[in-house]
Every structure is written in C-alpha cells, then in structure tokens.
Design a protein around this ligand. Structure first.
Ligand SMILES: *Cc1c(COP(=O)(O)O)cnc(C)c1O
Length: 411
C-alpha cells in the first residue's frame, strides 16, 4: 500500500488515533484475494488465509466475507477464525506441536482438516478421536526436501527443518490411517517456506507430492484435498516475485488427472502490502558521523527488521529537503531495535510522521509488550473510510493479569 494509493489523509489518521499505528487497506486485501481466487478459476479451490500473518478479527471477518477459509496453527487461531465467521468446513489446523486439549477441541468443532506433522501426533489424534467416538478428517504434511531459496528462518521444506514427514513416512502413515476406524485421510499438505519469489521449488514440490497422491490412489487411498501451503513472496523493495496465474498454472499442471480440491494458504501475499505502520519522530541525533532518527515505534511493534534483518521502505510524510542516510531506531533498550538502517530521509523534526511500508503481515501479530510498551492500535480503511479494529493497549490492560493474582506471598 503506497501513501498515494490509500486515499486517506495520514495526518488525519494520526490526529484521530495517535501513533504508533497499524493501518490496513481492506480494498487492497479484497484485490489480493480476488486475484488469487481468480487464478484458480475453473478449478475446485479453497483459499485458506494463514491467520498467523495477521490475526485481527476484522481482517479474518473481511476475508471470510469474501469466501476465504482459514489456516490455523493454534487452537486460539481456530477460535479466532470461528468467531470471525469462517465456516468450520473451511478451517485447517496445522502445526508441529499440538497439545491433546487443542486436538480434542479442534475435533469437537468439526473443522475441515487436522494437518498431521508426525507419526506420534497421528496416534494421539487417533486416540482422542476414538474417545470422542468420531472419525477425524486428516491431512499429512509432507516434507518434500526441496530448497525454497528463501531466508533460512522462513525455509520449512528441507529435511533439516522441523516440519512435516518424509515421503516414505507419509506413505506408511496413510496406510495406517486408512485402516483406522477413527482416522479419515483425505488431505495431503506441504508448505516449503515463506517469501518465495521463485516458482521452480513450488513446481518441484507439487510434482513430488502429486506423484505420492497417485501412488496412494493405487492403494485405494483417495486424497480429496491437495494443499500447497502458503509462501507466495511479495514486493518489499524491488523483488520480482511469483504471479498468481503462473502459480496456479504450475499447480494445475502437477495435479493433472487427479480429482482434488486445491487448497492454498497465503498469509503474507494477502496482507503484507495491504498494511502500513505510522510512527512519529521523537528526536534526531548524530553520533560521530552516524545519523539516527529516534521514533515512537520500536522492535516490539514491528519485529521483522530485528529478527530477519527484513527491509521495509520508510518515507517521511510531506517533508522536503536534502536526503541523507539515517538509522531509524526505537526507544527499546536493545541495539537490535531498529526499523530501518541507512534509510534516505530529509531533515526531520519532533512530531514528523514516518510511514513504514508493507507491514500488514507478521507485523502486529509478532508484537510484544517488551519494555512495558502497550500494543498499538489497528485501523482499517475501507472505501476511503477509517475504522478502529483494535484499541490501543493501556498500562492497566498490561498489568491486569498480575494485579488479579494473590499477593499474600509478601507476608
Ligand atoms: C506460515 C504458514 C503459511 C503462510 O505462509 P505465508 O508465507 O505467509 O504465505 C501457510 N501454511 C502454513 C502451514 C504455515 O505455517
């Protein structure tokens, strides 16, 4: 989302909601959803939004209204999806470490699929399904061992990563599940990484997994859902990334002859470029010949630069002047607290506003209360109007769960 495209006056938003602030463009989310869903036109498909990328209820509800499902990685996310109006038949529960309670709850909600990531987990799901006297619909996450060519922290499809099971193990698990009275193996899943900008690893993974589906067919195991995970890369800087049509084409080629519904789980693709972060300049300072712009936003609000050295474009709102390079840093007591390094910015003054771009995914959801900083407010902009979708956290909000505890340990 560029400042030009938002159709909202940033200064008005800042006046109304204060800073730091996340702002999401709901029209942009709609465009992204329609583009991807449209690319699968003519095929059976379900776009299951990866809730972890941005879990705000209003965001999920907006996508649910468009027809999206939800890919969840905790029971909390499953509950968010249900609360936001996602049909239970469009909810998938993934993740390497599900607890018994989470499995039990997910099964009793009757969601579309529980995605299994190990043989041990399959046995737990079977046992809990037996207790509940139901048949659990399952998919198995296959680790196709392909290199997604992305940042190592967000690569998930290599055997060295903790995710999924090998092809051989998956096959053994499907054969076991087929015989079980409490397991119904109807899905197959892979997710090789995030911020993928090349199609070839996806194509390779699709072919490997489609071949597995064919060999399962020969064993009378009918896979109905072919889940290609998420991972479509977005433009943060000047990346050339995957086009939805090309993505859909590669997938449909791989599954030729198979009667399956394509499931995709985009998070970043849907949200990253649909969100901006607004922050206020507190001070400028120069240490030696290094220029720092100190802002009221910090790593606890937007962790990606500190965690992955991720780049986000940063611009000053309505400021002119000679540009020079500066590190944009927050008030948190860590040297790793920066939102940008060597960013070209004009001379800035107290209360000037900076826009940090492409933060709609893995922005707010990764935020914390480090340094007893309250989580920031979130605002949606839709058809030129703005709506508060999460209140700014107060100091009282932060200490509530401590205040409510017994303090007699003092005596
Ligand atoms: C994180 C995740 C996604 C979403 O990844 P993006 O890169 O944001 O599209 C999809 N599926 C699974 C299983 C995930 O863990």
């Amino acid at each position: 989302m560029s400042i030009e495209k938002t159709n909202v006056d940033i200064k008005t938003l800042v006046k109304k909601y204060n800073t730091p602030l996340y702002v999401y463009d709901f029209n942009s989310i709609t465009e992204r959803y329609n583009e991807l869903k449209g690319a699968f036109d003519g095929k059976k498909s379900l776009v299951a939004y990866a809730v972890k990328s941005n879990s705000n209820l209003a965001v999920i509800r907006h996508l649910a209204n468009l027809g999206a499902g939800a890919d969840c990685v905790s029971i909390g996310e499953v509950k968010r999806a249900l609360k936001a109006g996602v049909s239970r038949y469009r909810i998938i529960f993934s993740g390497v470490g599900k607890k018994d309670e989470e499995i039990r709850e997910a099964l009793s909600f009757g969601i579309l699929l529980i995605n299994l990531e190990s043989e041990a987990e399959m046995k737990r799901v079977e046992m809990i399904a037996r207790e509940l006297e139901i048949e659990a619909r399952i998919s198995i996450r296959v680790n196709p061992n392909v290199d997604p060519k992305t940042h190592p922290y967000i690569s998930t499809g290599l055997h060295e990563n903790k995710f999924g099971v090998s092809i051989d193990m998956a096959k053994r698990m499907y054969i076991y599940a087929k015989k079980s009275e409490n397991l119904n193996p109807i899905g197959i899943h892979f997710h090789i990484g995030s911020q993928l900008t090349e199609l070839s690893p996806i194509e390779e993974a699709c072919n490997i997994v489609a071949d597995l589906v064919r060999s399962l067919q020969a064993l009378d195991i009918e896979i109905k859902f072919f889940d290609v995970g998420g991972g479509i890369g977005v433009v943060y800087d000047d990346e050339v990334t995957i086009k939805p049509e090309a993505y859909a084409h590669v997938i449909t080629q791989a599954i030729k002859g198979l009667d399956v519904t394509i499931l995709s789980e985009p998070g970043r693709y849907m949200m990253a470029n649909s969100g901006i972060f607004l922050t206020r300049v507190l001070y400028e300072k120069v240490n030696g010949d290094k220029r720092f712009v100190i802002i009221d936003g910090a790593m606890n609000d937007l962790l990606r630069p500190s965690l992955y050295n991720a780049y986000h474009k940063i611009e000053a709102v309505q400021k002119e002047g000679e540009m020079s390079l500066a590190d944009v840093v927050g008030p948190v007591c860590e040297s790793g607290d920066f939102l940008g390094k060597d960013i070209a910015l004009p001379p800035l003054e107290h209360n000037d506003i900076l826009v940090v771009h492409s933060v709609g995914a893995y922005g707010f959801t990764m935020s914390s209360n480090y340094n007893t900083r309250g989580k920031v407010a979130e605002v949606a902009v839709s058809d030129g109007k703005d709506y508060l979708i999460r209140e700014r956290e107060t100091f009282e909000d932060q200490i509530r769960l401590e205040e409510s505890c017994d303090s007699s340990w003092q005596k």
